[in-house]
Write a protein that binds this ligand. Structure first.
Ligand code: SF4
Ligand code: SF4
Length: 396
């Protein structure tokens, strides 16, 4: 772990942590802070894994302050989700260092993710690359095994069923290097319909949030997967977080928006746990309050009843229907996700990683040579504006 992280952590922790709890108490959102809250943490069982987890976990992706992981554990979080690509491996290093320093490896559930480039089509190559990638993850985590290893960012049925990663996952499970195997996707409907009959995956990490409330097919597919025994973990639960610098929404959404959005997801009992990607003490406190009580407050009900958020959040549903409008068939869903990482999460490294994954001629490179975007969103996203902003950010 870098000295810079430790130094920043030391400075930030006492100030922000106390301030966050006071600020939230001041909003009347919290009658109690996370420290003083009473009542049992709500827990659910993660499908056939049998793992019992509090309904709020930590998506570590955007965090670079180790103290936030420590504080999360102290509050009661027991599941930490990372991936090989987050911060180019430094995210796994941070998780590994904190777990080792605290001596809590046997008390927590650690998940990580490996992916392979779409261009790696040969199953033998894919298996080898996937396995080598995961061995490097174990070293960064300083662990001899993880609890869940996901095939990362699988957004089509073909990739979900690809032999190489599945064989790698099954071998690693037999070797005891991962206890359970999973698949992560932003396209739950297509991917879960493809993998449920395979009966291979123990866990699925899926994008789910309130902007998808209209999508009965997605909700039914996720529920059906859960009933088949796959443990379901939800991500992107707050549809991009509080910071909205480019949308019509207020630049910073109020705290009740975040708790309302998280409760909406967790009020579906087929979701075992959510992994909000908080990166500050303030947002940790705000999200964790949900773990004891899923009943909506009046402010939360008002937020959900007002349809402004869904109309203006411009959350890309990753449906891919806009691709056919583009003469170059650019991977617009990946561009929209890169935009969210860069602008809302302020996670430039993740935005760069995703842009670099695009095939030549199907990513931002193609848009740079195009001066009038023809693509039209079937939902609410202003594609041309976001692509113009991505070009200005010079991420690729
Ligand atoms: S800017 Fe041009 S190349 Fe890029 S998505 Fe739009 S139409 Fe396609
Ligand atoms: S931009 Fe719109 S049409 Fe395109 S993938 Fe996203 S939600 Fe679907």
């Amino acid at each position: 772990m870098s000295k810079e992280w430790n130094r920043r952590d030391f400075i930030v922790k006492p100030i922000v942590w106390a301030g966050a709890a006071r600020m939230l108490a001041g909003t009347n959102l919290l009658a109690e802070t996370a420290d003083t809250a009473k009542g049992a943490l709500l827990e659910r069982t993660l499908g056939r894994t049998g793992l019992k987890l509090p309904i709020v976990s930590m998506g570590v992706m955007n965090a670079d302050v180790p103290g936030i992981l420590r504080r999360s554990y102290e509050l009661g979080i027991r599941h930490f989700d990372t991936a090989a690509v987050y911060q180019n491996g430094r995210n796994e290093e941070m998780v590994g260092n904190v777990i080792k320093e605290m001596g809590i490896r046997d008390k927590v559930v650690i998940s990580t993710k490996e992916g392979i480039r779409a261009s790696t089509r040969n199953p033998v190559d894919a298996k080898m690359r996937f396995t080598d990638g995961f061995e490097a993850s174990l070293k960064r985590l300083q662990m001899d095994h993880v609890d869940i290893l996901y095939h990362h960012g699988v957004d089509s049925a073909d990739v979900a069923k690809a032999e190489g990663p599945i064989e790698a996952l099954q071998t690693l499970k037999k070797q005891g290097k991962t206890r359970f195997i999973g698949i992560s996707t932003h396209n739950a409907t297509e991917v879960l319909n493809a993998v449920v009959p395979l009966n291979v995956f123990d866990v699925a990490l899926v994008t789910l949030n309130y902007t998808m409330a209209h999508d009965a097919e997605k909700l039914a597919t996720i529920e059906k997967a859960a009933k088949s025994g796959i443990g379901i973990v939800a991500m992107k639960t707050q549809a991009g977080g509080t910071v909205r610098p480019d949308a019509k929404l207020p630049k910073e959404l109020p705290p009740e928006s975040q708790t309302a959005l998280l409760k909406w997801v967790l009020n579906h009992d087929f979701i075992t746990t959510a992994i909000p990607g908080f990166s500050t003490y303030e947002h940790l406190e705000q999200d964790f309050i949900v773990v004891r009580n899923l009943a909506y407050t009046d402010a939360e009900k008002k937020f959900l009843a007002d349809k402004t958020f869904t109309a203006q959040a411009e959350f890309c549903q990753q449906c891919g229907q806009c691709r056919e409008d583009c003469p170059k068939r650019v991977d617009i869903p990946a561009l929209m996700r890169s935009h969210m990482y860069a602008v809302q999460y302020r996670n430039v490294s993740m935005a760069r990683h995703l842009l670099a994954k695009s095939e030549v001629g199907k990513g931002l490179d193609a848009c740079r040579a195009c001066h009038s975007c023809q693509a039209h969103c079937r939902n609410t996203v202003q594609i041309a504006r976001k692509i113009a902003q991505l070009k200005e950010l010079q991420l690729a």
